[in-house]
Design a protein around this ligand. Structure first.
Ligand code: AMP
Length: 112
């Protein structure tokens, strides 16, 4: 499968890692849209939020259990935003489920 984020998980493509365990990987976004911009991805290929089901939702639960500590370690003591883009209308560009953690400054009230 030709998936950029699967290649990052395999180490074929390098990343600036923030956190890793057996179920997820967190790394800095290559084109940050906030002072702190981290991506958290499952180590199982799930194409998008549309592909979450009872067989793989444990990866999503795990990621959300880890996000508070990932954010804290990144210094996001004043809050942060978690976003996932799903499909064409949301401009999803990488077809491997990922959660953006954005923070480090006052973010816009608007999300779209
Ligand atoms: P999305 O548009 O929601 O699919 O988000 C994909 C994100 O992946 C974008 O914010 C990109 O900047 C980021 N990205 C693409 N390639 C890389 C890479 N090699 N390392 C880190 N982040 C990447």
């Amino acid at each position: 499968m030709d998936c950029l984020f699967c290649k990052i998980i395999e180490g074929v493509i390098p990343s600036n890692k923030v956190y890793e365990d057996d179920m997820c990987l967190a790394f800095y976004d290559i084109a940050p849209q906030a002072p702190v911009h981290i991506l958290v991805i499952p180590k199982k290929h799930i194409a998008s939020a549309d592909g979450i089901d009872g067989g793989n939702s444990k990866y999503v639960a795990h990621i959300f259990e880890r996000i508070p500590n990932i954010a804290k370690e990144a210094g996001l003591v004043n809050g942060y935003r978690v976003i996932t883009n799903c499909g064409a209308d949301a401009c999803q560009s990488v077809k491997h489920l990922h959660f953006h953690i954005l923070g480090g400054a006052q973010l816009s009230e608007k999300m779209a």
